[in-house]
Ligand binder design. Structure first.
Ligand code: NAP
Ligand code: COA
Length: 263
């Protein structure tokens, strides 16, 4: 059976590693045409080669989501190559573990600009190219968007900002037939994000013990939710923040990450 995603255009910001690359690969396997961006051109090249090896038409560009002109250039090129954008994934993000009093102005700004301003850049530059009606936007959030966590003040501010952008744009763009949702993964195994939040391998089991489903998530767990949200079966879902986190937000151990922080 031909996949409903065959020939669709998918754009993924930060789509060159980890969770976002997993999402890009999932759509590629379904026959979609995929365009990825991130800062590091070597990562872009490797990701595009990997997507093509899956049989997809794929392309990419090196771009910093903090720079509107670079984001616009990438979205223009994506639409020129593959046509109107059906699925837009905003996944570029920055994170590090630090107590609030140790986060410099520049450090706070870096995360806010990559996550919140970057998501605005991706959505606003994509708007002229989005298929109307029918486009689906997926903003990659995190439990920090809903639950306060020690060492994560900047990320809590940024991800909750992304979730409000999701709701605001679902409201504004619903009449065009554009759906906007946040996907909120819990701890996903073998990712950069987890390495940064649980830098001590001995503490990984403790992290797992606090997850109601007693395991870290996989790239497939997240990608399957993205596929569902982009499908016809989710045609009436917009403006939501959907966790794929094994119940992490029910038992978020908000202070425990503080153990990795120096006084
Ligand atoms: P990752 O591999 O580091 O992915 C981040 C991606 O964003 C990379 O491709 C990076 O590539 C790109 N990026 C960073 N800054 C950028 C910028 N200024 N402009 C353009 N691209 C930029 O990390 P990950 O752990 O898979 O995280 C992926 C997403 O999932 C993030 O939104 C994260 O917040 C979310 N998340 C992760 C977890 C987890 O357990 N890992 C849990 C919840 C949510 P370059 O370095 O080449 O720019
Ligand atoms: N603790 C405290 N501050 C930190 C820090 C840490 N662990 N890591 C970086 N910073 C600060 C820097 O000191 C700098 O502030 P300063 O100029 O006052 O010294 C500021 O953050 C910006 O750092 P810089 O490396 O210049 O920024 P960048 O724009 O190149 O990188 C980051 C942005 C810091 C978010 C970087 O970690 C990054 O590129 N991350 C992308 C990948 C990622 O985070 N993946 C996981 C996603 S969940």
């Amino acid at each position: 059976m031909v996949s409903q995603f065959a020939g669709k255009t998918v754009f993924v910001s930060g789509g060159t590693s980890g969770i976002n690359l997993g999402i890009a690969q999932h759509f590629a396997r379904e026959g979609a045409n995929v365009f990825v961006i991130s800062r590091d051109s070597a990562k872009v090249e490797a990701a595009v080669a990997g997507l093509r090896a899956l049989g997809a038409q794929a392309d990419g560009l090196s771009a910093d989501v903090r720079q509107f002109d670079q984001v616009k250039g990438a979205l223009d090129q994506c639409a020129q190559t593959f046509g109107p954008i059906d699925i837009l994934v905003s996944g570029a993000a920055g994170n590090f573990l630090a107590k609030a009093e140790n986060i410099s102005s520049n450090g706070f700004r870096a995360v806010m600009e990559i996550d919140v301003l970057g998501t605005h850049h991706v959505m606003s530059a994509a708007f002229p190219h989005l298929r109307k009606p029918g486009a689906c936007i997926l903003n990659i959030s995190a439990p920090q968007g809903s639950v306060a966590m020690v060492g994560q003040a900047h990320v809590c501010a940024a991800k909750s900002g992304i979730d409000m952008l999701t709701r605001a744009l679902a409201l504004e763009w619903g009449p065009y037939g554009i759906r906007v949702n946040s996907v909120s993964p819990g701890p996903i195994a073998d990712t950069e994000g987890q390495k940064r939040l649980v830098p001590n391998p001995a503490a990984v089991q403790e992290r797992i013990d606090a997850i109601p489903l007693r395991r870290m998530g996989s790239l497939t767990d997240v990608s399957d939710l993205c596929l569902f949200l982009a499908s016809d079966k989710a045609a009436y879902i917009t403006g939501t923040v959907i966790p794929v986190d094994g119940g992490t937000t029910l038992n978020p151990t908000p202070t425990r990450m503080g153990q990795f922080l120096e006084d």
